[in-house]
Each structure stands twice: as structure tokens, then as C-alpha cells.
Unconditional design. Structure first.
Length: 132
């Protein structure tokens, strides 16, 4: 429809408020376009739920991951490598949640360095690095 084309043009131009206004009068409601809008607005959890309802699990998983919501991502993920990654991330989060209170003040410099060295192969400057 012309309204959907207008929405697509506005979304591509980064005019999210205008795109939302147009989308609000599209009938029947277009969940996939609404998901794309929420993703562009960095409202990743809302986007993930909408992608799930629209039958786009890969897009839902991407948005759950962008929201760092690993349990939710695991519910939709089908790729075994991705499931392995998500399980590891969830386990790290759970392990960190169980750290003893005040441990930061009791760790030796060598222990702090070892913990940092464990994380560095995965994360550098806030981005995941290739292992090879």
C-alpha cells in the first residue's frame, strides 16, 4: 500500500516519529514494520517480541542479543553455535551474580590480572574479536 511505502521511506530516512504516525493508520496492523521501527529506535526488547509474533525468529534473536537478554534469545535461537554462545553468556552472567560481596576489595593484583586476561580474548574495546 502507499502508506506502507511511505513508512518504509520515512524509516530509511530516520524520521521515526513520522514513520510511527503513518504506521498507526495502516490496516491491518503491520507487526513486522512495527518491529523494524522499534529496532531502529533501539527498543530491542519490544522489537524482539514483535519479530517473534511476526514469525521472524532470527530477527527476534538478534534483538534479544542486542538487549543482552540471553534467556529470551535462547528461547528463539535454533542455530547450535548461537545457542552455545548464548548459554555461555547466560552462565557468565549467573556466575558473576553469585560473586561474594566485597570480593573486589579482597582480590590480589594477580587475581585481578588473571580475571581480566580471561575476558580479554573475547572482548576488546567493547567489541567481540575474531579468535583467529
Amino acid at each position: 500500500s502507499l502508506r506502507c511505502q511511505a513508512f518504509d521511506t520515512l524509516l530509511a530516512a530516520g524520521k521515526y516519529k513520522a514513520a510511527e504516525d503513518v504506521l498507526s493508520i495502516v490496516t491491518p496492523p503491520d507487526g513486522l514494520r512495527r518491529a523494524r521501527l522499534r529496532e531502529r529506535q533501539h527498543r530491542f526488547e519490544a522489537a524482539a517480541r514483535l519479530y517473534e509474533r511476526a514469525g521472524h525468529p532470527e530477527d527476534a534473536v538478534r534483538n534479544w542479543r542486542l538487549a543482552a537478554s540471553w534467556d529470551d534469545a535462547l528461547e528463539s535461537a535454533t542455530d547450535m553455535n548461537e545457542r552455545t554462545d548464548l548459554t555461555w553468556l547466560r552462565d557468565v552472567e549467573r556466575l558473576m551474580a553469585r560473586r561474594p560481596a566485597g570480593i573486589q576489595g579482597r582480590l590480589t593484583p594477580a587475581e585481578k590480572a588473571k580475571l581480566a586476561a580471561l575476558v580479554q580474548p573475547c572482548i576488546r574495546s567493547g567489541t567481540l574479536q575474531d579468535e583467529d
